[in-house]
Design a protein. Structure first.
Length: 601
């Protein structure tokens, strides 16, 4: 394998170094060659960003005969040192808001559902502390990470209580009175000031490390190598910091991308130049050396879950010949919020069927207005997006989701999918032959609008991360990029590898203000276009049945959608049979045919 001069320089380096590597520049290959160049007797630790990267790296190091390299994630390392052979039990999914409220016996007054809002902020404050390098909760100001004005007012009013209860929750975990979360044992590992038994530590994806992870890394006596891309930092919502900038090491570059050609490289550079609208931005050089001409793997990438679901709905409704699709992370992860509330829970609340709601938090809401008030005071982005989907599609949702699931292939059959759907966060580290971007990313126009708004302070860090997200999305392609015209920089250079999607510009009810985004986009009820009139009625309200009951009459798509909705609403078999004027046996057979038990129970 022929190495570039940049790679050669890294392999021959000595002492602590940091490597700024552009997308597709072969950083893992470079790290493997660096490890090969070290003495065989050296103990080397490779820190991967997540489990999937860890598994892939283990294979690659093993195939190169590098048995002296140990591959870990920060969490797996912490688990072995803190949890293994201890009294701690780990809660894999974290705590839900209503569970924290019950665990701590939260009692508040003066605001509707204040105990749930407080619990939500306790959960976030705990995560903020566990990912920081601070020794005590009191050393942090939680208000520093709250952007929404209503949320800030609420937190200010309850700050001492939120902080005190956060400390109490941490204490309960520390004493093993309750199950601990993954962030907790990583924090405990960092506070123990461990000294790791390695001569070299290679830290991958450094731009998305938490302050806690960086603190562990920097305090090691080993030779340290940190690698990443400052322009691929997209986990600020998880309190990640750009560790590459904070590591005071000798700097090296990997500026040649083997993933794509020069046209995509140039567009990536032009996209990053949007940062000049905010502050002076150091120019980036990317050489595109990719020669891929295939179009085998095709992906649709979105900034938000909402944007992705809407595009998927558009695809399955308009492209009837689209037989097999795949969602990175599986489709179910897009219909459930992190805390467990489902799209169907929000739909039931929207329809006034609170008795059908399974999630305790949603069930506590009297109506949609109360839920939207909760969302504004907690900045719960995912719930906000679910509300928007429900308002847009209402009782068509079960049928639409079923149509998507009918086309969804299993995880081990991903290669059979005609199109892969993913958000940028889930596609991190992935690459596809052809990529289409959804029009829910930052634009030059929105940045300029933010600068012109004298009433709202600009959050430069968040705006920079939004630009990073667009850059990451663009650089997932190996060959062909389909991009909405609005996302292109003004100085864009046309290319056969870049196809422009021309769209009629219109009011976009999903155009969240990008400088106020968190993990998957910013929800703010005031941003939603209030002129939209939602008129949702079930099929049951619009049909009159007069003919005798039938069993063998063919079913159509509308009837299948109506049946799915009534099934989700837990209507009994006789009610459904009366509605469709069919026999009970015909209804049961159709439920079995549509696999509604498997999909919705």
């Amino acid at each position: 394998m022929k190495l570039t001069p940049e790679q050669e320089a890294i392999i021959k380096s000595v002492g602590n170094i940091k490597i700024n590597a552009v997308a597709g520049s072969g950083k893992t290959t470079t790290i493997i060659e660096y490890a090969k160049a070290q003495p065989k007797s050296a103990n080397i630790l490779y820190l991967a960003f997540n489990r999937s990267v860890k598994m892939e790296a283990e294979k690659r190091f093993f195939n190169q005969g590098l048995t002296n390299v140990k591959v870990e994630t920060a969490h797996s390392l912490a688990f072995k040192n803190v949890v293994y052979h201890s009294r701690y039990k780990v809660r894999s999914q974290g705590y839900k808001t209503h569970e924290i409220a019950a665990l701590l016996g939260l009692q508040t007054s003066g605001e509707k559902h204040a105990e749930y809002i407080v619990a939500n902020h306790i959960n976030k404050f705990l995560t903020y502390f566990c990912n920081s390098d601070k020794l005590k909760v009191q050393e942090l100001n939680y208000l520093d990470v709250i952007t929404d004005e209503k949320a800030r007012i609420f937190v200010s009013n309850f700050y001492d209580y939120i902080q005190g209860q956060t400390r109490l929750l941490l204490s309960k975990m520390d004493k093993a009175e309750i199950e601990i979360i993954h962030d907790f044992y990583l924090k405990k590992f960092q506070l123990s000031q461990p000294v790791l038994p390695y001569n070299f530590i290679l830290f991958d994806e450094g731009q998305d490390a938490s302050a806690a992870m960086l603190d562990i890394f920097l305090k090691q006596p080993a030779v340290k190598v940190i690698v990443g891309d400052t322009h691929q930092q997209i986990y600020g919502w998880r309190y990640a910091i750009n560790s590459l900038e904070k590591a005071d090491f000798q700097n090296y570059q990997l500026s040649t991308s083997f993933r794509f050609g020069q046209a995509i490289a140039d567009l990536g550079v032009q996209t990053l130049q949007l940062k000049n609208l905010l502050l002076d931005h150091k120019p980036v050089i990317i050489t595109g050396a990719g020669v891929n001409q295939g179009l085998n793997t095709k992906a649709v990438l979105a900034r938000t879950n909402l944007g992705l679901l809407l595009k998927a709905i558009e695809y399955v409704q308009e492209k009837k010949d689209l037989k097999q699709i795949y969602f990175e992370g599986n489709i179910n992860s897009y219909t459930y919020a992190d805390e467990g509330a489902s799209l169907y829970d929000v739909l039931h609340l929207f329809n006034g069927n609170r008795q059908q709601v399974k999630d305790n938090l949603i069930k506590a809401m009297k109506d949609m207005k109360e839920l939207e008030d909760y969302i504004e005071k907690t900045e719960d982005v995912q719930l906000g997006m679910m509300v928007e989907i429900v308002k847009e599609y209402g009782n068509r949702i079960p049928g639409i989701i079923k149509s998507i699931k009918d086309r969804h292939v299993a995880n081990d059959e991903k290669e059979k999918a005609s199109i892969i759907f993913s958000t940028v966060h889930r596609s991190k580290g992935m690459e596809y032959d052809a990529v289409q971007l959804v029009n829910d990313f930052i634009t030059e126009e929105r940045i300029e609008k933010a600068k012109a708004d004298n009433d709202t302070p600009i959050n430069i860090a968040k705006l920079n991360e939004e630009i990073n997200l667009l850059y990451v999305a663009i650089t997932r392609t190996k060959n062909l990029l389909h991009i909405p015209e609005q996302l292109l920089p003004k100085e864009f250079k046309p290319s056969p590898h870049i196809k422009i999607i021309k769209e009629v510009k219109k009011e976009d009810k999903y155009a969240y203000e990008p400088w106020d985004h968190s993990a998957y986009g910013k929800y703010n009820g005031d941003n939603i276009k209030k002129k939209r009139e939602v008129k949702q009625k079930s099929f049951a309200e619009n049909q009159v049945i007069k003919k005798p009951a039938q069993a063998n009459k063919p079913w159509n798509d509308d009837e299948d959608a109506a049946l799915t909705l009534m099934y989700c609403e837990k209507k009994n078999i006789k009610q459904i049979a009366d509605h469709f004027n069919r026999t009970i046996w015909a209804i049961r057979a159709r439920i079995k045919k549509l696999e509604l038990h498997e999909l919705y129970d």
